[in-house]
Design a protein around this ligand. Sequence first.
Ligand code: GDP
Length: 199
Amino acid sequence: MEINSAKFICSNTDWKKCPDIHQPEYAFIGRSNVGKSSLINCLTNSKKLAKTSGKPGKTQLINHFHINNAFLFADLPGYGYAKVSKKDRANFQDFTLKYLQNRKNLICLFLLIDIRLSPQKIDLEFMEYCAIKKIPFMLCFTKADKLKKREISQMVEAYENKLFESWEILPEYFITSSINNIGQEEMLSFIAHHNQSFS
Ligand code: GDP
């Protein structure tokens, strides 16, 4: 699928104020600094649609983008940033979770995981939450350019082993890098495929 246009629509903290557009939506979430903005920019071939910065914890809003006038991306607040106050963290988690539970046109949540890290409690807990609430999600391992092929396989296998401790069926995953576009085609094909069956 070619990306011909990608436009910012709006930011907010209330799922009820999210764009009233009956088109398929894909959301992105992950720990701060996981590479979420970079991946959105990579998928949409834009340099700064989503703000990329070295500073963690900046995106504390639900940001919506209209892609090809045909589907939506929702950039959700990063989680697990220590410097955000407990109150702020609880607040944005609350509105993010409300969004995830109520957004009718949400096709898939891409849950981003830094491929270099061993399974993190916060990510595992969040996956558990998605499973319980029946929120469809896929894992996106990010920054694959930082590892060799063999190391990538080892990290994914370690992750799968950890998940197998409590999961019977493993979530599907993409391996991505925004530096050299690994996984971009696969993710866009996945999106194109789901767009076709949206009604
Ligand atoms: P966000 O906080 O999750 O939105 O993360 P950003 O997209 O702002 O990226 C955080 C940092 O990781 C930045 O310094 C990026 O340049 C870097 N980064 C993001 N994606 C990649 C990637 O695929 N490969 C590498 N090597 N660095 C990345």
